[in-house]
Design a protein around this ligand. Sequence first.
Ligand SMILES: Nc1ncnc2c1ncn2[C@@H]1O[C@H](COP(=O)(O)OP(=O)(O)O)[C@@H](O)[C@H]1O
Ligand SMILES: [Mg+2]
Length: 240
Amino acid sequence: MLKVENLVAGYGKVQVLQEVSLHVPEGQLVTLIGSNGAGKTTTLRAVSGMIAPQGGRITLNGADITGLAPHAIAGRGMAHSPEGRRVFPTLPVADNLLLGAFTRVTGRRPKGDVQADLDRMYGLFPRLAERRAQLAGTLSGGEQQMLAMARALMLNPLVLLLDEPSMGLAPRLVEEVFAIIARLKAERVTMLLVEQFAAAALEVADFGYVLENGRVTASGPATALRDDPAVRAAYLGAAH
Ligand SMILES: Nc1ncnc2c1ncn2[C@@H]1O[C@H](COP(=O)(O)OP(=O)(O)O)[C@@H](O)[C@H]1O
Ligand SMILES: [Mg+2]
C-alpha cells in the first residue's frame, strides 16, 4: 500500500536519511524503531510531504506521490499523526476532528459520511466524546494524543502514519494508546508506527524496521526482531 524506495531527505544541506526503503502492505501494522535522532520523524515527514525528498520514490496504492505537496498527499489518503500531537489548541475537540476530514472534501477520494465517522471516533475514544466542546489546548497530554490520532483517522486514510503516540504519557495512558492501536489493527487499518518504546511496538506490529543514523539496519517480522540478539541488546534492554 505504501512503498518507500531509496528515500533521501534532510534539512537544507544536512542529509538525514540515506536511501531508506520500506514497505507497508495493506491491512498491516509496520513499525519503525530506532534511537532518538535516528531519522524516524524525518522519514514520516518526507512520506507525508512536510519536507521534500531529495531522492528516491514514494508510492501510495501504486501512485507516485514523490514531491507532492502535503495537502495533495493527504487528499490521496495519507494521514499523519505528527510528533508532539499539534492539535489546534483554540478550537474545540469537534472542530479539530472535522478539520481532519477536510481533505476528504477537497481531495480526489470519496467524501463518505463525515458525521458517521465522527460518531465512530467518539465510540473509539470515549474521552473525546465527553469533551467534544472543550478547547483542545485544555486537554491533558493523553487526551491530545487521542485527538491527534482521531483527527488523522477522520481522513479515512489508506495509510495512517503515527509518530511516537506514547511520547510523554503516563504508563496507564501508554497502555490505553496501544490498546487503541491494537483495535485499529484488528479493523485492518494500514499503519506505519514510529516508536522509541520498541518493546511495545514490536508486541503489536506485524513487521518492523530498525533505523540507525538514517539507514535501515535490520528488518523482519516483529516476532523475529524481538528475538534478534542485536535488536534486544540495543532496543529491548533494561533501559527500555
Ligand atoms: N527541523 C530540523 N532542522 C535541522 N535538523 C533537524 C530538524 N529536525 C530534525 N533534525 C535532525 O535530523 C536528525 C533526525 O531527527 P528525527 O528525524 O527527528 O529523529 P527521530 O525522530 O528518530 O528521533 C537529527 O540529527 C536531528 O537533529
Ligand atoms: Mg521523532
